[in-house]
Design a protein around this ligand. Sequence first.
Ligand code: XMP
Ligand code: MG
Length: 183
Amino acid sequence: MDNGQGIQVHDKRFEPYISAERLHARIREMAAELDKRLGAADRPLFLAILNGAFVFAADLFRALTIPAEISFIKLVSYKGTRSTGQVITAIGLDMDLFDRTVVIVEDIVDTGNTLHAFLPQLEHRHPRALLTVSLLMKPDAAVHPVPVDIYGFSIPNVFVVGYGLDYDGLGRNLPAIYRETVS
Ligand code: XMP
Ligand code: MG
């Protein structure tokens, strides 16, 4: 699929953007920062948002050295390459968040629709503290300002795939991040 120049996913071309080496180096730094910030917290609970965040969450979580828990929820807002603006909870949360330090793990904060809809639902459960971590963010695409405490890379308003992120279901298994080639 990859000829060194780029790749095809469905009807679109994508070009290499963030290498696996850069991703892993940055994720180690993010984990070190979380180790430091969460060192005093009692069993922080990482909450990864499926599907997109599953690869990032697995690498970030394994790079932590503090004792921590992880769980998953599934939220859906994207159709193809666009946010629908509507956020649906496809798999809900089965954990008690009361008095817990909760770390939301996202693959990308784009329009902000997902976290804007979801964070208040978490606040209702009265966690002790809520921290948001995202591998990528697209500040130029923001419709809702959402707090992202730690992010890996700030990117322009381009569509990306790989490392968990998909275009219509495909591309999640690519080890690096690719951006759409706009001709
Ligand atoms: P919002 O717009 O709600 O986006 O902040 C959140 C979710 O939408 C998906 N998303 C993308 N997926 N390439 C993708 O493969 C992208 O460029 C992209 N932008 C947003 C993603 O699941 C994210 O969690
Ligand atoms: Mg996602």
